[in-house]
Write a protein that binds this ligand. Structure first.
Ligand code: ATR
Length: 274
């Protein structure tokens, strides 16, 4: 039960009404009997929120749209990979000293590892937005090769240059059959447009590893068709859950009950789209 010694963590974003993080984190705190609570703060003034964190002794923030970049300048230290990605989604308050992390990239690595090596493997990333940045840096961090294909080719080229990879237009999608792993980071296929897909599945071949970072719906059309082609598919909710697992560990210092967290997220998403 929430009491005088309860440690508070919270999500800072706008909007936050549909986030699954409170359900996922609170279930995990409860499972391990930890005196923590996680709440969602709808925040316009991110500087004020960080000042509030210091003043109130809030233990941790999850940070989401639109504050992942803006929050950085108010922190005392930023993890080197988060700094390269240029976005912070997690803040840990160590007695008033605030350190920022990006757990998205670690969530991606943890989602890939059971299914594929990363070092020296050929990855094609579809899209060049904020999601693609975390994915591209994660793969480079672990020694994978990166090709980025995007509708707006300039964005693909500029991100590729930054991470040390190759950029091209989405029209080169035929080349994905050469890849070991294909990851969709675009918003194509997300609810409510669940009938859309970013690439024609004809370009995929069996035993390729295919991932979508979209988690709503749980299985996008892209993943469904990839599975039908005989690919190994990794749903986007894995990255969501595993980045949340890392956040939990940063705030509490103990291993997260990941199976429970996964079950909470899957149940939540299934309820939203019966
Ligand atoms: P996020 O930060 O979530 O990645 P974003 O920055 O808006 O979101 O990026 C969305 C990505 O989806 C971009 O790569 C975008 O392509 P553009 O850079 O050309 O805009 C891609 N995207 C969105 N709708 C698309 C569509 N209908 N076809 C192809 N790509 C699309």
């Amino acid at each position: 039960m929430v009491g005088a010694k309860t440690k508070v963590c919270g999500l800072v974003g706008n909007p936050v009404a549909h986030t699954m993080s409170p359900a996922m984190q609170n279930a995990a705190f409860e499972e391990l009997g930890l005196d923590f609570v996680y709440v969602a703060f709808r925040v316009a003034d991110v500087e004020g929120a960080v000042r509030g964190m210091r003043a109130l002794g809030i233990r941790g923030f999850g940070v989401t749209v639109p504050h992942k970049v803006a929050v950085m300048k108010y922190l005392d230290e930023i993890d080197p990979v988060a700094l390269k990605i240029g976005a912070v989604n997690t803040v840990v308050n160590e007695d008033g000293y605030l350190k920022g992390y990006n757990t998205d990239w670690e969530g991606l690595v943890r989602a890939l590892v059971p299914h594929t090596a990363i070092q020296n493997q050929r990855f094609v990333i579809l899209g060049a937005g904020g999601g693609a940045r975390a994915v591209a840096f994660a793969i480079r961090q672990r020694g994978g090769q990166v090709t980025i294909l995007n509708r707006t080719v300039e964005k693909a080229q500029s991100l590729a240059e930054e991470v040390g990879g190759t950029g091209g237009p989405l029209s080169q999608v035929g080349s994905i059959s050469e890849a070991d792993v294909v990851i969709n980071t675009t918003s194509v296929g997300m609810v409510p447009h669940v009938d859309q897909t970013i690439v024609d599945a004809r370009h995929l071949r069996d035993r390729q590893v295919v991932m979508d970072i979209i988690y709503n719906p749980l299985q996008t059309r892209f993943l469904r068709e990839a599975e039908e082609r005989g690919c190994v598919v990794i749903p986007g909710c894995e990255m969501l859950v595993l980045q949340g697992m890392r956040q939990f560990e940063l705030w509490t210092g103990v291993p997260a009950p990941v199976d429970l967290m996964r079950a909470v997220v899957e149940e939540h998403l299934a309820d939203q789209n019966p």
